[in-house]
Design a protein around this ligand. Structure first.
Ligand SMILES: [Zn+2]
Length: 372
């Protein structure tokens, strides 16, 4: 699993006198039959220039032997960065499909990884009961566990009667006290984890009683991130946890996309702080008024961009409407809009569901919720 800071670090590598090989390869079980992925890799290498091939031969040999020997550990796709001369070897196994690409350049090719970071959401999973808590991160169809909390000092609840009946009430209060301390500690640590990993969506799992006590003391900033509650056995393996949460995530994302598209269309038709279509979106991006950009996945609209001030439009103009400088034709204005949104730290939502995507495309394939 990789994070934005890893990719940002990678992006800073730049070699003046040597190359780095960036490989993105689909290695799904289907591709592994008859080693189809290996032939694909070889033909990607063959398509390179003689110069690049010769200078990176050591890397290609290394990658090829890696592809032959490590296939048992592959997931759906594989990302490799290799530069033997600079002691660089980096490998990511992903559970999503990527386009096959082999790029040889002075800098690592990171665009596909940034795209994944922009298009997929991270989910935190908190598996909690009255004594323990486990924390997971789910991203790109993959799961990682981030430690376990266990509070030994929560006394067990024993069945008592007779002489002890009177003492029972005090004893129960004592248990409550310890459970509260435990849950409070869990929430403190979990809150830090969410901030550190920049996680905005949560799934809470555990027995009803523990969860309802947790909900009594949960801070609002954590509570508003919860998208679902479920039950998962406390000693479940991380694979079992993943199997349980993936359908929940899928369902949630689908319903969220559908709601977003509906709200965007309704509000934009009422002129209620929302707009549709790339020209309006670009205009409000220039005014820095976009709160959230909504884009149909893999949809393109071409247009013109000013080489001087960055003004962009679908209108066939020869000169910039803002500064009069020359414009250049580009084939994807959405990329420009997304880039501007990233620079302004606006939220970006990519609509993937087929029905919702088609609805959005009817209105230009792009829209935005505005700040004020
Ligand atoms: Zn201009």
């Amino acid at each position: 699993m990789f994070e934005r800071k890893d990719v940002e670090k990678l992006e800073k590598f730049s070699f003046t006198d040597s190359y780095v090989v960036s490989l993105f390869l689909n290695v799904s079980p289907q591709e592994r039959k008859k080693q189809a992925y290996l032939s694909k890799f070889k033909s990607l290498v063959k398509a390179l220039s003689e110069e690049k091939y010769t200078r990176c031969k050591e890397d290609f040999d290394k990658i090829e032997s890696f592809l032959q020997t490590e296939r048992e550990s592959f997931k759906r796709s594989l990302v490799i960065y290799s530069s033997s001369k600079n002691n660089l070897w980096l490998r990511y196994d992903l559970n999503v499909d990527l386009k096959d690409e082999l790029i040889v350049d002075k800098t690592p090719y990171t665009t596909p990884l940034f795209d994944l970071l922009d298009n997929y959401q991270k989910y935190g999973v908190l598996l909690v009961d009255k004594r323990t808590a486990r924390v997971f991160l789910v991203f790109l169809g993959d799961i990682e566990e981030y430690g376990m909390l266990h509070h030994e000092d929560v006394p067990g609840k024993h069945k008592k009667g007779g002489w002890f009946a009177l003492a029972e009430k005090r004893y129960e209060r004592h248990i409550d006290y310890h459970v509260k301390i435990h849950l409070k500690d869990v929430l403190d640590k979990f809150g830090d984890f969410l901030k550190d990993k920049d996680i905005r969506r949560l799934i809470i799992a555990g027995p009803d009683e523990a969860i309802s006590e947790l909900m009594d003391i949960i801070p609002a900033e954590i509570e508003q991130k919860i998208v679902a509650r479920t039950y998962i056995e406390k000693y479940a393996s991380k694979e079992e946890v993943l199997e349980k949460v993936l359908p929940i995530i899928e369902e949630y994302e689908k319903s969220k996309e559908s709601k977003t598209v509906s709200e965007l269309i309704t509000r934009s038709l009422k002129n209620d702080n929302a707009v549709l279509g790339v020209d309006d979106v670009l205009k409000y991006l220039r005014d820095k008024r976009v709160m959230k950009l909504v884009v149909a996945k893999d949809y393109k609209v071409d247009g013109f961009v000013c080489a001087n001030c960055g003004f962009a439009t679908t209108q066939p103009v020869e000169c910039c409407m803002e500064c009069g400088h020359c414009v250049i034709k580009i084939d994807n204005l959405f990329e420009k809009a997304t880039q501007m949104a990233v620079e302004q730290a606006a939220l970006i939502e990519v609509v993937k569901d087929e029905t919702d995507r088609a609805r959005l495309i009817q209105y230009g394939g792009i829209g935005a919720f505005l700040r004020f």
